[in-house]
Write a protein that binds this ligand. Structure first.
Ligand SMILES: [Zn+2]
Ligand SMILES: [Zn+2]
Length: 106
């Protein structure tokens, strides 16, 4: 489910897979093999592609015992965010369950 032109993750849109990279914009039809993946992504479909908007997926996010840099609470939700550049490692985004402070780990 990656763009054949630029390698970016593609998102289902109107029954097709669309590359969100502006300079690419590649589109291809969904195939049967894409169905499972498409359902997973559709959950956060309404979410704008901003890295730190976590409201819609907060309920299912895993939690970790890590200290919040803001309120020193020891529990935060987290998820892995894929960076646009393929040669960069994934970034883990944390969100404090107490004060909702959000930060990233490099
Ligand atoms: Zn592309
Ligand atoms: Zn906090």
């Amino acid at each position: 489910m990656f763009c054949v032109k630029c390698g970016s993750l593609m998102y289902p849109e109107g029954g097709k897979l669309v590359c969100r990279r502006e300079e690419c914009g590649s589109v291809r039809d969904l195939t049967g093999d894409d169905d499972v993946f498409a359902r997973v992504v559709t959950v956060s479909k309404q979410k704008p592609p901003e890295p730190l908007v976590l409201e819609e997926i907060a309920e299912t996010m895993p939690r970790s015992r890590i200290e919040c840099p803001k309120c020193a609470n020891f529990e935060a939700m987290w998820y892995m965010r894929q960076t646009r550049a393929a040669d960069e490692p994934e970034t883990r985004i944390y969100r404090c369950v107490k004060c909702s402070h959000t930060w990233r780990e490099y």
